[in-house]
Design a protein around this ligand. Sequence first.
Ligand code: PGA
Length: 245
Amino acid sequence: MTNKYMYFIANWKMFGGIKSLNSLNKVIKFSISFKKKKFIKIVYCPPNTLINLLSEKVRNSKIFVGAQNCHEKEKFGPFTGSVNAKMLKSIGAKYVIIGHSEVRQIGESNKLINQKIQSAIKSGLKVIFCIGESLQEKKRKSTKKVLTKQIKLGLDKIRNKKSILIAYEPVWAIGSGLIPKPLELFKTINFIKKKLKNNKVLYGGSVNSKNIHQLNSINNIDGYLIGGASQNSKKFIDIIKKTYN
Ligand code: PGA
């Protein structure tokens, strides 16, 4: 239970068609009527194909829209298949996820992440910057080292960092049903907060309505990045309700 300002960010990944938007009606209603609504910030990050429609749909609600990635260049250019931050902003996105492990795994480097973050900030998007260690790195006890490097290179030369949300997502926790042990998670979040004193730090990786009580007992988390469970409105609302009840 909390009375803290918290972010609930839905990452739909490569799921969802036009019909999926109907499921948002419940969440829109909830966001308007929830008695603790002043404490919550809900952001939906659908695939790019739905950003425009989704932002129209949530226009009069308390829900914001974000993208899941962007190209590093700020200007238009000959980059087939790519979309930049400015284009995303022009269709209603206010946020963008950058550095997600599923994108890192297909070759996105810390340097590229840094360029994307710079471009997103210049284009006026708020950044949700994902960091996290793999299972191997965890076993090697190099979590702190990995996070330090990801933060240092990812945020290199970025002066106005304050509006960047950090999402700590251990790679081994994503989609696996596993979450870190409470004390371990508390310590890792604290470690990140000591490095980035002015930034909010969210947790992501298998957040669901069953483990949310356990996660909420860790009182230094500023919100959640939610994948699988965010595709089901009831489960998503449940996560928020259980955070405040
Ligand atoms: P998950 O995904 O909640 O399905 O584990 C989280 C994420 O990848 O952002």
